[in-house]
Design a protein around this ligand. Structure first.
Ligand code: HEM
Length: 148
């Protein structure tokens, strides 16, 4: 005769003491979605509708925007929130559709790596950006750059 061992159910207290990451991921998708609507449509409006519209976008336009810390914070938030949102969404899709554990693990690691690399590179570009690079033609630079 074989004896079947039935694991005791986790107590409510034990269930509460562990973090429910899937729940927080679910909440993050909704919360970041709400913020992204404001950030993305604000970004599109300021860049492509306000002022002279899409033809105003060039190096000097970006340099002028990033002279203001407000737009650096705006763009950084958009970058970080959207990349984590998109990566977490891709994680969900991979978990839903990829049944082979090895391939699933590889794809999840690739998504995480791409997310981290793009956030680090994007933040570096945004926060170390030089609006007046030496040797550039004055016509390409924002008006506040000293004459070279
Ligand atoms: C306009 C702002 C956005 C809003 C309101 C929004 C909203 C959402 C919501 C609520 C979900 C969860 C859907 C679910 O669980 O069934 C989701 C999933 C997802 N989002 Fe976004 N999102 C936005 C922008 C973005 C951006 C910019 C990206 C890419 C970087 C992105 C990529 C994804 C992906 C890949 C999923 C997973 C789709 C799936 O589970 O089938 N989203 N989005």
């Amino acid at each position: 005769m074989t004896t079947q061992i039935v694991e005791p159910p986790r107590s409510a207290a034990a269930a509460r003491s562990t973090t429910n990451w899937e729940k927080w991921g679910w909440i993050y998708m909704r919360a970041s979605g709400v913020l992204l609507v404001v950030l993305i449509f604000g970004h599109l409006f300021v860049n492509m509708v306000a002022g002279e519209g899409v033809k105003q976008i060039d190096f000097a336009f970006v340099a002028g925007k990033w002279a203001n810390p407000f737009w650096k914070v705006w763009d950084s938030l958009m970058l970080v929130l959207a990349l984590i949102h998109g990566s977490n969404g891709m994680r969900t899709i991979v978990n839903d559709y990829v049944s082979k554990p090895g391939i699933r693990k590889t794809l999840l690691v690739a998504i995480l790596a791409a997310c981290v690399v793009l956030i680090v590179l994007g933040l570096l570009v945004c926060w170390t950006f030089d609006p007046c690079p030496a040797g550039a033609a004055a016509a390409d630079l924002p008006s506040f750059c000293p004459a070279q």
